[in-house]
Ligand binder design. Sequence first.
Ligand code: ATP
Length: 284
Amino acid sequence: MAGPGLTEHASGATAPDVASGPVLEVNNIEVVYNHTIQVLKGMSLAVPKGEVVALLGSNGAGKTTLLKAVSGLLELENGEVTAGEIRFAGRPIRGRKPHDLVRDGLFHVMEGRHVFEDLTVEENLTAATYARAGASGRDFDRVYAYFPRLFERRKGLAGYLSGGEQQMLAIGRALVAEPKAILLDEPSLGLSPLLTEEIFTVLARINAEEGTSMLVVEQNAAMAFAISSYAYIIETGRIVIDGPTERLMGDADVREFYLGVGEEGASRNYREVKHYKRRKRWLS
Ligand code: ATP
């Protein structure tokens, strides 16, 4: 049986059942672009308070669309949630404006490190304080404590930062807003394995130390699994499998198609995995 207010999924599994309840709930939503292209086809997930939840899936599955549907950014792209319900901190939020949601404590760190390139690091953080009355320089110290490299570069233009540093700044801007929940879209995109690990280590610390809930969309399944307690896998607009991360990591299909590890424990090469992925359709 599903937990209180939570939904049963196509896989038959249920969303996480924790006493604290979900901070974010997506119930059976459908999303259509340009009034014609349906991308999400009845999608449900839940992020329990204080937890990190991973959302995985191949290119074009609808992960970014789901995040934009939650944060209110869909309408900028002529997209629309046509059915279902989205609740944040217990309240329905479908149709609310993105800046109102940021003030309510829901922050979307978009794919591609959106920072103001012509402003300094410190000015970028200052710009993020609009979301929260009473934000001060002390909040910047907190960001610098998580990302010492940003402190060193604080007077420099954000446009001259490396890709990893820009990702740190994008996350730092979220931190200044003191969100209850952060939506992260592919924080590892274009980063070296070392930097990816550094960023995910900090995300885990932020979750543990600040209690910030997170929904992380990620192609790097190993990293996403390393910091999440629950994970969903989406294919062509539907959740096809979900469960506690530990269980999914033991699932043969997940290991083969998302972690690239074959039955014998041998790592398959990328081309092989792509080939198998094309042949195998969970929804067929
Ligand atoms: P990726 O990992 O490649 O970012 P994704 O799982 O995040 O993939 P989405 O970006 O949500 O997938 O895209 C899902 C589908 O919706 C794709 O087929 C894409 O072409 C389509 N789509 C995305 N944005 C728009 C848009 N603004 N207008 C029309 N179709 C769109």
